[in-house]
Structure formats: structure tokens, C-alpha cells
Design a protein around this ligand. Structure first.
Ligand code: S3P
Length: 431
């Protein structure tokens, strides 16, 4: 059983400094999986330090992929074994990682063996029909616990499909692109909204050819992948916590070097700028198709925002921290069209509402979002992470401007994406 830890966060006066983020979680998962089925060796520098990306590596090892991890430098070297992996003798344990289960299912579905994919208590509650349905159309045979994990996947020779995704999900799109790579024929995936495109960008970096037309992407099966050498850009969704912390203090100053700036992920920067935060991009380059840059941030008064429609999907991982700082804005923040938040690592809408109320805030809960009025003062309180990394980190940020200390129970869940979060936050805050 995991031991529970609590963290005490005291109010701060300012946020100042430079922080280099560990590699982006979305990019790390995809690079590791593609490196595993490439024909050569890959070297991945600044691999995500989070437990989720370690789950991906563990599953790959169970599938016969050998890799070495130099922990001190966060370098992972993967010896690709080509498209044919080996039958696992143990269940593929995805831990807390929905990305691992959903994206890797596209690869194991196309193998000539069966695999069982399992997860922790939170992952075991999460919906998997979104990958089961299209993979079944491609020819895989999958059984599950009422469309939830564990998944038993009997791999087979997949056939290409033309699939209109009913739901905007980059994990599902990537799963199907990976399956399409192993399938016979050309797979076409159409998404209802443009979601993060790291799957497409990573496939191209490993040498695959894809075509995109509007919201549809096409991949031909049978393409072989090359190895790559890459330094993974800093995680923008982890940076969100520091950006929002800086946003709480007019005059705060933060520099974030080597940060992922992929336009399908960078909506947060635009929204924060519209709300009043000063962000300047001081350097920008493209590495393996991903935009990477250094940004400088200066805090100012924050207005407010409405996050709905395509923005809800674009900001899905950043909504917890935006909602947590909403009481300190002038006009508050309203979130709609974000029902997906209810089936993340926790029911994030319920978790945000519960914690904001414990801190004394007024908040309105909706089935697909919430509304937090602005100009509210919060008080320190005893909060729960609900076993969810983003909830633990979001409320550590909200606590910086509360009156009195905040205790966050289950703070260890931050390690799912960012083990050094609390230490780094402490280094940046001024008291
Ligand atoms: C991710 C996509 C998002 C996001 C998750 C990572 C990815 O999930 O919430 O943290 O790497 O593709 P969905 O694709 O299910 O929206």
C-alpha cells in the first residue's frame, strides 16, 4: 500500500526565479513507445520524471523492449525491437496512467499474442470504450470489465479503418495512429476538434509519413521507424502551476527555459496573457517538429476568463489550476463543456469544488464545469488531493495567497507527473 503524505503550504509574498521543467509527459510517453517499436536505438534526454512515464517504460520492458535509464541525467536509451514485440509473461501494469493504457493498447492490439493491461484503483474506474470500439473495428478482440480496465487484448493482424472519433481525445487519436501503423492499408482518423498533435509530430520524427487534411489524419500501415536522439522539451502542463503561481503576485518574475511551446498545447499562455499576465518569448526553436522556447513571465492584475468549447479540450489539464486561482482574479473564471474532467484521475470538477469550498470560496458546480466568482479571499484549510496529481499541485498554488496555512493530504500523488514539484515551488516562492 502506498503511504500517504501531507504537505503544508504557507502563504507567500512573491514568486521569483528560473525553473527548468522535466520533459513533457505527453511527448515522453509517445517517444518511449515509438522508440520501442523502432528499428534502431533511441536516446531520450530529459525524459519525464513522473511515475506515469515510468509505467510506460515498465510495460515496454514486459513486452521485450530493453532500455536503460540514467536517473541522474534523466536520459533513457531504448533499444527498439521493431514492430514485433514479445509476449508478456506478466500483466502490463499501467499504474495510474490512462495515457499508457490507451496509447499502448494500439500497439499491443496489432501483435500476435495476448496481453492483459491493468491499472490502479483510479485507472480501473476510467472509461476505455473509446479505444475498445475502434480497435475492435480494426480486428482486435478485447474483453474488459464493463468497458473499464483490466483490458484483455488478443492481438491480431489489424485492418485499416476510416474512423470518425465521437470524442475529442489525443490519447485515442494516438492509439489509433499506432494501431494504423501496424495495420494493413491506410487508416483515416477524424477528430471532432483539433487535439494535441504530439502523436503525429512524434511519428514523423521517427520517420513515418502521415497526411493531415483539416481534422483528419491518415497513416499507411507497414512503415518502419528509425531511432531518434532528442532532448524532450519541458512539460507545459507542469509549468502551468508555476505560471499560475506567478500570476497571483503582481511584479513576480519567472523564467522558463526549454519549454514545450507546441501550438496545440500553448492555449494556456494565450489565456493567461488575455487575463493580464505578461509573457514574452525570448527564444524559440523547433526540435523534432516540436516548438521549444524560453519564456519570461511578469505578474500583473488578473481579469478573468470563460473557458468553453474548443478551449475546454485545449486546456483540459490546466483547468484545475486555473479554477484554483480563479477566486483571486477580478471577474472570476467560468468553465463549460469540460465533462471529461469528471473521468480524469479523479472527478476533477467535484474535487475542485470541494477544495475551493473548504478554503471559503463561493463556487457553482455544473455537470460540465463550474463558475468561480472573482475578488474572493481564501483561507488556508485542510484539503485532499483525491489521489490526483493535478489537484494536489493546483491547491498548493491556491494556498500561496490564502490567509493561513494549508495542509494537502495525499500530496505524494504529485509524483505521478512531477515528483520534485513541492521542492521546486518552495525554491521559487518569497516569504
Ligand atoms: C493526453 C491527452 C489528454 C490529457 C492527458 C494526456 C495525451 O487526455 O488529459 O493528460 O498525452 O494525449 P485525452 O486525450 O483523453 O483528452
Amino acid at each position: 500500500m502506498k503511504s500517504e503524505s501531507q504537505v503544508v503550504v504557507r502563504p507567500a509574498l512573491d514568486v521569483r526565479g528560473t525553473v527548468s521543467l522535466p520533459g513533457d509527459k505527453s511527448v515522453s510517453h509517445r517517444y518511449a513507445m515509438l522508440a520501442g517499436i523502432a528499428e534502431a536505438r533511441s536516446r531520450l534526454e530529459n525524459y519525464s520524471t513522473g511515475a506515469d512515464c515510468a509505467s510506460t517504460l515498465r510495460c515496454l520492458r514486459a513486452l521485450g523492449v530493453s532500455w536503460e535509464h540514467n536517473g541522474a541525467a534523466n536520459v533513457v536509451e531504448v533499444q527498439g525491437r521493431g514492430m514485433a514485440l514479445s509476449a508478456p509473461t506478466i500483466s502490463l501494469d499501467c499504474g495510474n496512467s490512462g495515457s499508457t493504457m490507451r496509447m499502448l493498447s494500439g500497439i499491443v492490439a496489432g501483435q500476435n499474442f495476448s496481453s492483459e493491461m491493468i491499472g490502479d484503483e483510479s485507472l480501473s474506474r476510467r472509461p476505455m470504450a473509446r479505444v475498445i470500439t475502434p480497435l475492435t473495428l480494426m480486428g482486435a478482440r478485447i474483453t474488459s470489465n464493463d468497458a473499464r480496465p483490466p483490458l484483455h487484448i488478443e492481438g491480431s493482424a489489424l485492418k485499416a479503418i476510416d474512423y470518425k472519433m465521437p470524442l475529442a481525445s489525443a490519447q485515442v487519436k494516438t492509439c489509433l495512429l499506432f494501431a494504423g501503423l501496424l495495420a494493413d492499408g491506410e487508416t483515416v482518423i477524424e477528430e471532432p476538434l483539433r487535439t494535441r498533435d504530439h502523436g503525429e509530430v512524434a511519428l514523423r520524427a521517427f520517420g513515418a509519413k502521415l497526411e493531415r487534411k483539416n481534422n483528419a489524419v491518415k497513416i499507411r500501415g507497414g512503415q518502419r521507424l528509425l531511432g531518434i536522439e532528442a532532448r524532450i522539451p519541458g512539460d507545459l502542463s507542469s509549468a502551468a502551476f508555476f505560471l499560475c503561481a506567478a500570476a497571483l503576485f503582481p511584479g513576480s518574475q519567472l523564467t522558463l527555459p526549454h519549454l514545450l511551446m507546441n501550438p496545440t498545447r500553448a492555449r494556456l499562455l494565450e489565456v493567461l496573457m488575455q487575463m493580464g499576465l505578461n509573457i514574452s518569448v525570448v527564444q524559440m526553436e523547433e526540435i523534432h517538429g516540436e516548438m521549444v522556447g524560453t519564456i519570461q513571465v511578469t505578474g500583473a492584475r488578473l481579469t478573468g476568463a470563460v473557458i468553453a468549447g474548443a478551449d475546454a479540450a485545449a486546456l483540459i489539464d490546466e483547468i484545475p489550476v486555473l479554477a484554483a486561482i480563479a477566486p483571486y482574479t477580478e471577474q472570476g473564471i467560468e468553465v463549460r463543456d469540460a465533462k471529461e474532467l469528471r473521468v480524469k484521475e479523479s472527478d476533477r470538477i467535484a474535487a475542485i469544488v470541494a477544495n475551493l469550498k473548504l478554503m471559503g470560496a463561493q463556487v457553482e458546480e455544473h455537470e460540465d464545469g463550474l463558475r468561480v466568482p472573482g475578488c474572493q479571499n481564501l483561507r488556508g484549510a485542510e484539503l485532499d488531493s483525491f489521489g490526483d496529481h493535478r489537484i494536489a499541485m493546483a491547491f498548493a498554488v491556491a494556498a500561496l495567497r490564502a490567509k493561513g496555512e494549508t495542509i494537502i493530504h495525499g500530496a505524494e500523488s504529485a509524483a505521478i507527473s512531477y515528483p520534485a514539484f513541492f521542492e521546486t515551488l518552495e525554491q521559487l516562492v518569497v516569504r
